[in-house]
Ligand binder design. Structure first.
Ligand code: Q46
Ligand code: ZN
Ligand code: ZN
Length: 305
């Protein structure tokens, strides 16, 4: 197996591009894919101050590394979710990466600063853990980006993530979610601009990238992810990809090209007010995060149970 660029020994085959690469040219290929995504979707400007949502896993550390290598000024933000040992370990990976590259890592600790962890919040709100977790992360990432004066919030969602979400949304024909599924969401109503520069790269690409770049990421899955439908969709799409290389990218990018615009019109763009508790943008008087906190930490809000 030879590298398509230098004919040296290849370390990875990328079937979607019908190409094999040596380590050096694979790293360049990943940079080029990010550069193209950034350009095609007008994600970032060279002078932007960028905040990367960092979990300690491969995708978020890789996207941080890739953006810094492409010359962007990017800080990271790690949120401690209080998911036992998983959170302690993931925080360590994020900190060590930032230290090794001399990068700035901001941190927010959900239990320490807001009085509840994800398992408690989920139980109190009778939500599945990923729903309480996702809601908390969105709120805290948005808030940190706006409060810190960042131009853009970056997340490490890759092609596999986006295709799986699209698959789920399409199975349910959830037009509101379909309208929101785009790799760039502009800043609006007090929310920061959000972008996903890894949409042209797969999960396997990111694992290989980290290995080649010596990025020590957290390999273990979050213990709360078990039973998540997202994982079932990923498996189904991986089976499809084995039989038909490129099918995943085709499904996702054809959606963006041919259909995404039709659903974007369905978006609820109604004027958003401010949460009376935290000042974040909210459609109700109190935002969803503060309502979750109220249920998880009743004493904070006057002893309600
Ligand atoms: S951290 Fe949170 Fe994920 Fe764990 S509880 Fe679910 S959403 S699986 S990316
Ligand atoms: Zn090469
Ligand atoms: Zn609030």
């Amino acid at each position: 197996m030879k590298c398509v660029v230098c004919r040296g020994a290849a370390v990875i085959d990328v079937r979607r591009h019908n190409a094999n690469f040596c380590g050096e040219h694979f790293v360049r290929h990943c940079g080029e894919q990010v550069r193209r995504a950034v350009e095609d979707f007008d994600m970032l400007q060279p002078e932007d101050r960028v905040l990367v949502a960092v979990s300690g896993g491969k995708d978020s550390l890789a996207v941080w590394d890739l953006l810094v290598e492409l010359g962007y000024q990017a800080d990271g933000l790690y949120i401690g979710l209080g998911i036992g040992e998983y959170s302690e370990t993931s925080g360590g990976h994020a900190r060590r990466f930032a230290e090794s590259r001399g990068l700035t890592l901001l941190e927010v600790d959900l239990p320490g600063e807001y009085g509840f962890d994800v398992p408690t919040g989920a139980k109190a709100a009778r939500r599945v853990p990923c729903s309480a977790c996702g809601l908390s992360k969105r709120h805290l990432f948005d808030k940190a980006a706006v409060d810190g004066g960042y131009d853009v919030l970056v997340t490490g969602h890759n092609l596999d993530d986006e295709a799986a979400v699209l698959f789920g949304n399409t199975l349910r024909w959830d037009t509101d979610y379909l309208g929101r599924q785009y790799p760039v969401l502009p800043a609006r109503n007090g929310f920061p601009k959000k972008v996903k520069p890894l949409v042209r790269l797969s999960e396997r690409d990111m694992a290989a990238y980290c290995l080649i770049r010596g990025i020590d990421y957290l390999v273990d899955e979050c213990p709360m992810a078990a039973g998540n439908r997202h994982l079932i969709y990923k498996d189904l799409l991986n089976d499809l990809e084995v039989r038909s290389p490129g099918a995943k990218a085709d499904f996702y990018f054809s959606y963006l090209r041919n259909a995404a615009d039709r659903f974007r019109e369905d978006r609820d763009e109604s004027v958003v007010g401010e949460c009376s508790r935290c000042g974040s943008p909210s459609q109700g008087e109190v935002c969803a995060f503060c309502r979750l906190q109220e249920r998880a930490v009743p004493v904070t809000f006057g002893g309600r149970t």
